[in-house]
Write a protein that binds this ligand. Structure first.
Ligand code: FAD
Length: 482
């Protein structure tokens, strides 16, 4: 009997994780392992994960770390035999730029949201009005009727006022997603916030961790790091997965976009997967591409799949600088700076949304004589950076850094990395949109995975890929039974 064939479209971390799971995960392939072909449009695997040589180091061009408390990424690194490359983040905390100066962010925030008005006492850049709004939430909370989903902005603006919402909370939550809190879904991105809003009463109190549970956890557990990176860069993970997949017999093709998925009702397999030069028969397909690509390839089969064309991706750019230590002033503590949107500046408003002190976070990047830092620009509604050449963008950002940090001498070494539509925006109703699309795809022997479906972070994308692989396995079993 011919082996089943599974085609995986897209070799970002979710597609590669799907291939890893399908080829046996930590156990490796068995007699039941199907033929697996991964087809990637780009010349290299990894999607948003990539490394480059810069200023005598290997640096990440995209994601530079992943959450340690979620298991998926750490497990995959262990499966690959790379545990000794895990590196724990070496600093904590951050500052926020308010009223022309840096304030340290207080401890105890819940994804940027204060859980007590006392936390805001030392944040000098907030007005008296913002502090009073926080106190009001504790003593006389605003009412808000919440349905099955709403925006994060609606909740925090109503409960805590505009200044805290846009100046204090949005820089953190909006920064992670490169989006606006007035568009992002509370249900998909911050379900605990929706739950807290539903309870009524004080939002901050509802978001406070249960103190007795936190105390008993602290007394019994060893402190785990918050984030991990890899000594060779997070971007080195995809090529290692590819290397090990290849040695398992998985076919990985790069530089070949999939152009069509064709149903073949009369043949013994349900799909043919086309590139410009090949056709591969498939008993099951895993689509690990951005959601609009799924709509383009499969939208004609079902309106729920066509609806994926509405998932917008935010674009952003990151400018990495290597600066002589004497040429920059950094805050005493923390891994970086957050900058509220539309922060006034001598030339209009700032484009920089955040700054990361890369060599404070990751010891393997440290050099005695220079500092490695990265500025982030771009949001779902701010694409000004696209109008700049790389050199002009670096020069403009350096000027903003000189304001934010008080000193930043424009260095000769910088690297601009642009990411086009790479961060999917989870709008209100995203959960339903995705659940319908997954169900429609499944009916056609297609599993969907990637950062548009189960969360944008690396662990969520890995988990999404492995889930899709398990779905494909059960599709194959069903196919064999019929
Ligand atoms: C700038 C940036 C910084 C980030 N920082 C962090 C971070 O610090 N920590 C964290 O946890 N997460 C971070 N993320 C998020 C995380 O990196 C991504 O969500 C994750 O890597 C997405 O993986 P994916 O496989 O779902 O998608 P992608 O990486 O987008 O991969 C999709 C792949 O599909 C391919 N493809 C598209 N169309 C076709 C086609 N027709 N045929 C074949 N192939 C196709 C693409 O070329 C691409 O390789 C960051 C993301 C970005 C953009």
């Amino acid at each position: 009997m011919a082996r089943d064939s599974v085609v995986i479209v897209g070799a970002g971390i979710s597609g590669l994780s799907a291939a890893w799971e399908l080829s046996g995960g930590s156990e490796g392939p068995s007699g039941a392992t199907p033929r697996i072909e991964v087809i990637e449009a780009d010349e290299r695997v990894g999607g948003s994960l990539a490394t480059a040589q810069f200023a005598g180091r290997t640096i990440d061009l995209g994601a530079d770390g992943f959450l340690a408390r979620r298991p998926e990424a750490v497990e995959l690194v262990r499966d690959l035999g790379w545990s000794n490359r895990l590196e724990a983040v070496d600093a904590s905390g951050a500052s926020i730029y308010l009223q022309g100066a840096l304030d340290e962010l207080p401890e105890g925030l819940a994804l940027g949201i204060p859980t007590s008005s006392r936390q805001l006492r030392e944040v000098k850049g907030l007005t008296l009005r913002a502090r009073l709004e926080a106190r009001r939430d504790e003593w006389m909370p605003a009412r808000l009727k919440v349905g099955p989903d709403t925006t994060i902005g609606e909740i925090v603006r109503t409960k805590l006022g505009r200044e805290l919402a846009y100046q204090f909370i949005e820089p953190m939550i909006g920064g992670i997603q490169a989006g606006r809190i007035d568009e992002l879904s509370a249900q998909s991105i911050f379900p605990a916030l929706l739950e807290a809003a539903r309870k009524g009463g004080s939002l901050m109190k509802a978001l406070r961790p249960d103190e007795s549970a936190a105390a008993s956890a602290a007394s019994t557990t060893v402190m785990e790091p918050l984030f991990y990176s890899l000594l060779t860069g997070v971007g080195s993970l995809p090529s290692e997965i590819m290397r090990q997949l290849t040695s398992r017999g998985v076919v990985v093709r790069t530089g070949v976009p999939v152009t069509a998925l064709r149903r073949t009702p009369s043949a013994s397999y349900p799909f043919e997967v086309d590139t410009s030069s090949t056709t591969t028969p498939a008993d099951a397909v895993i689509l690990a591409t951005p959601a609009p690509t799924v709509a383009r390839l499969l939208g004609a089969l079902d309106p729920a799949l066509e609806a994926l064309s509405s998932v917008r991706g935010a674009s952003a750019a990151m400018i990495t600088f290597s600066v002589p230590r004497a040429g920059v002033v950094l805050p005493e503590h923390g891994t970086g700076i957050l900058v509220p949107l539309a922060t006034a500046w001598t030339e209009g408003t700032m484009m920089v949304t955040a700054v990361t002190f890369l060599d404070r976070k990751w010891p393997h990047l440290r050099h005695d004589d220079s500092v490695l830092l990265r500025a982030h620009v771009g949001r779902s509604d701010d694409g000004r950076w696209r109008d700049f050449t790389d050199d002009a963008l670096a020069a403009r950002v350096a000027k903003e850094l000189a304001t934010l940090l008080t000193r930043f001498d424009f260095p000769s070494e910088y690297l601009v990395q642009r990411w086009s539509e790479a961060l999917p925006q989870y709008y209100v109703g995203h959960e339903t949109l995705i659940a319908n699309a997954k169900a429609a795809a499944k009916a056609h022997c297609v599993a969907l995975c990637g950062n548009a479906y189960d969360g944008v972070g690396i662990p969520a994308s890995i988990g999404s890929g492995r889930r899709a692989a398990r779905e494909a396995q059960s599709m194959l079993r069903l196919h064999q039974a019929n």
